[in-house]
Ligand binder design. Structure first.
Ligand SMILES: *Cc1c(COP(=O)(O)O)cnc(C)c1O
Length: 448
């Protein structure tokens, strides 16, 4: 077969490399995802295309359960819906045993439709409406209280109900993370959390079952979780001692990193992100050392989001065109933009070609197809000289992209799940103009 022509290039050597050998050269092609050829996927479902690996979803989930479950006797994961609430993804995790963690009325309904029993739904979020709280009470979900106004609203909703609503208190605390997330929940250190606990227990109208905190996202310090666990445990013990209320669970939230590299990071995340075992070790150590009697150890709830789903997602795209910028840099235009790959605003996503090239690469700017200056996917990435029609795979895109994506300028593409036998299934169809227009109405005076 005749090899495609690749134009010769001159390349400036970059100083300041990681070590005396420079950054790892050579770009390896990724020709298949879970055994299904990229070309076959594109032929069947078009490009761009989101692909999820059921095998990886289950593998990541089981690894998390193993990490925490081998160190602490009572562990329960609750799937963070906002991280990826495609029903097929949620159901994989629910099949594995996950509860649901939701942050809106819409997510609550999705969890119920996915068959999650109300008592296994943890309702977080800073903006719950009265109707949301009524619905949560009706299905016996656990309301994670965020603020005093919400507490009062829930007390009002609770009055006249046959069953006391079950609640947990969301607490924000200093775990050594800067900046401290203090906008969600009640502050621990200034006494606000204790005041709320006293108030809600004294009301006699709510059943306190848990304490919750979520210290941030993409947290790289396992010790912060140890600090948070110690503080929550002490708060639970104070509830038992002074309020005569035994808290059933401590929920340490999510925030564990995936192995995506943050923009500006010096080393790739695969070399620097601590394994989940380190987080589990910190949390289990703190809880087991907190002074609970063995029979009284609270259930440990975790709401890991990105750490469970990021790696299972890939985005296939196609090169539309190449050009030179005024300063001589090579620019490549792909068929997906930041509206589909939201996480490109903070990650340097790893991107692979899907066929063999010669060893030569060139620093390239990757743009999307949007007519917007911000539509840049990678500021500089070493890639071979891709030609129009060549496909690429963006790795580890499972978290947040398929929930934060925007329908903008173009329609959103297919999402497929490759099952454990290597069979692709459509789990969200590509949008059509007809689907989009369904919600629009044109006033009569603008017709004709
Ligand atoms: C978003 C969120 C999560 C998941 O966060 P990750 O950083 O994706 O692990 C968990 N709990 C709450 C309350 C959240 O808001």
């Amino acid at each position: 077969m005749k090899l495609p022509y690749e134009r010769p290039t001159l390349r400036k050597l970059t100083a300041g490399a990681l070590n005396k050998f420079g950054p790892r050269a050579g770009v390896r092609p990724v020709t298949a995802l879970d055994g299904v050829a990229v070309g076959e996927l594109v032929a069947r479902f078009g490009s761009p295309l989101f692909v999820l690996s059921e095998r990886q979803l289950r593998r990541s989930y089981q690894a998390a359960v193993r990490a925490f479950g081998t160190r602490y006797p009572r562990v329960q994961l609750a799937w963070s819906y906002k991280t990826n609430y495609l029903n097929a993804v949620c159901r994989v995790f629910h099949q594995e045993g996950a509860w649901a963690e939701v942050v809106s009325g819409m997510e609550l309904e999705k969890a119920l439709l996915n068959g999650v029993p109300g008592p296994h739904i943890l309702f977080n979020g800073p903006g719950k409406r009265r109707a949301d709280l009524e619905r949560a009470c009706a299905v016996d979900a656990v309301v994670h209280l965020d603020n005093a106004d919400e507490l009062h609203l829930l007390l009002d909703v609770a009055a006249g109900r046959p069953r006391r609503p079950r609640v947990a208190l969301r607490v924000n605390l200093n775990a050594g993370i800067v900046p401290q997330w203090d906008r969600f929940g009640f502050n621990l250190e200034n006494g606000e959390a204790w005041q709320a606990l006293s108030r809600l227990v004294a009301s006699g109208q709510l059943e306190l079952v848990g304490l919750h905190c979520h210290i941030g996202t993409y947290i790289l310090q396992p010790a912060a979780y140890g600090a948070a666990a110690t503080k929550l445990a002490a708060l639970a013990q104070r509830c038992a001692r002074e309020l005569h209320t035994v808290v059933q669970y401590l929920d340490l939230g999510g925030g564990f990193p995936s192995t995506n590299t943050l923009k500006g990071a010096y080393l790739p995340a695969t070399d620097t992100v601590p394994p989940l075992d380190d987080y589990a070790e910190a949390v289990a150590g703190a809880l087991l050392g907190a002074g609970f009697k063995t029979d009284d150890l609270p259930l440990l709830v975790l709401e890991a989001g990105r750490a469970l789903v990021d790696e299972a997602g890939s985005l296939i795209g196609t090169v539309l065109a190449n050009k030179r910028l005024a300063d001589g840099r090579r620019a490549t235009i792909l068929d997906f933009g930041v509206n589909l790959l939201f996480t490109s605003f903070w990650y340097d996503h790893h991107i692979s070609p899907t066929r063999e090239f010669s060893a030569d690469t060139e620093p390239t700017v990757l743009y999307g197809p949007l007519c917007m200056n911000i539509d840049m996917l990678r500021e500089s990435i070493a890639l071979p000289l891709l030609a129009p029609g060549d496909t690429v795979v963006v790795h580890k895109v499972g978290a947040y992209n398929m929930s934060q994506w925007q329908q903008f300028i173009n329609l959103r593409p297919y999402v497929v799940l490759i099952d454990q036998a290597g069979q692709p299934h459509v789990i969200r169809a590509a949008e059509t103009l007809e689907y989009l227009q369904q919600l629009e109405q044109v006033p009569a005076h603008l017709l004709g």
